[in-house]
Design a protein around this ligand. Sequence first.
Ligand code: F6P
Length: 535
Amino acid sequence: MNRFDDLLSHAAATKDRQIRELFENDNRAAEFSAEFGEFLFDYSKTSIDETARDLLVALAERCGVAEKRAAMFSGAKINETENRAVLHTAWRNMAAEVSVDGRDVMPEVRATLGRMQTFAEEVRAGRFTGQGGAITDVVNIGIGGSDLGPAMATLALSSFADGPRCHFVSNVDGAHIHDTLKGLNPETTLVIVASKTFTTIETMTNAETARKWMAAKVANPAAQFAAISSAVDKTAAFGIDPSRVFGFEDWVGGRYSVWSPIGLSLMLAVGPGYFAEFHAGAAAMDRHFREAPFAENLPVLLALVGIWHNQVLGHATRAVLPYEQRLARLPAYLQQLEMESNGKRVSMDGADLPYNSGPVVWGEPGTNGQHAFYQLIHQGTRVIPCEFLVAATGREPDLEHQHLLLVANCLAQSEALLRGRSLAEATEILRKKGLTGAELERQARHRVFPGNRPSTTLLFNKLTPFTLGGIIALYEHRVFVEGVILGINSFDQWGVELGKELALALAPVLDGRSDGAGKDGSTRALAARIRALRG
Ligand code: F6P
């Protein structure tokens, strides 16, 4: 017995029905889609029927989504394993009234945002300079949430960028920082060290490398560093002047932090005005999430479709397929957002989950993916629910003919997944090409598409800062709703700790200071081979 039993029974009872049969209802596209602002979320190309939707909505109600949502926005400590509130939404709504432990936190949020805006304007106007003139390049050094959000959003909004060029370094692999700094002038580069904790080994190692690189050319490298961190003592120890340190509190999780000072590189690229629109788009989605009935609520519906595909139908992965080149980093961003949040094996009270946790999330922009992995999506033996994102209008007025082709491809893919191509259809096509007999039969089977493969489409007009804010907030709340339904804590990430600890312990084994006693045979043998290879 588990919370999905009624849905599992309904899925079993309807398992032989094809999705395209549901379209005998001429009004299905309208009945199984929801709108908010410029967004249309179409989930009609899934096997969800009216009964399934009713059961899913009832599940959300039964699991206390409304109560947990209210608790989150009220500043209650719903991140129970870290004893923290979850209030990243406060950073995108300056009019919000938010208290944590009885203290109004908004004056500090507004003051920090104001300082960020002033700093960004100074840099963009060339009043804050490097030791060789106006800042031409910004290097954001951070990892996980301190990298993926601003990197994804800066690329997404590159058509709005008129500030310094922004670069992102995350990997501890020296190749990343080496290749990034190679073409830059230290005298006109600003380095932002973005780390909530200011202890993350990758970030601190790269920050030291950047400081040395700058010190070789400028007299006062620290003067061209800014920091984004909650750990003011540590930023001071690194030598960064407090006027260029932008803090935020522990109630903003790393993967939810693009709205906070972690978004400084984006603000430098597009300017405070567009950054405010990015906030406004997210705040509008917050309001929709808080107010719309579940059956019309976009984040809730995305979550329920996700639950239907993963926990009910057993599809282990979900492909996110933006038909928008500038959203190329969205799948990577969502991998952290969704998998670090909902990749948990115990419920809030510590009991083993009796069902699967969140799905594997992956993807690439269309149309590129079509020429790579879509083969498996169409004809492989596993069903992969697909989430298409597409803008009706492109951002290049001269290239609208290309945009139409892009949109046509997006719609063609979801149509192909739905309808497939039968053996009879495939046979007929080949017969017309002159094939006959056994060869016709054999070849035709390779050209069959089973169809009946689910997908959803999120349609919007144009990729703007406001729209992007809405998309990201939509996904954040979707992850939240899925987490509530699964009964897990979406806001901790204990699963990343063990590897970090072991990596620290392995460094002395690799450089020969320790013989690795106590480690398993494979790890010891690999370390020995690496030592030998390195001489
Ligand atoms: O890898 C775990 C994690 O804590 C992420 O949740 C976070 O986004 C990332 O590391 C970076 O952390 P920090 O901002 O403290 O350097």
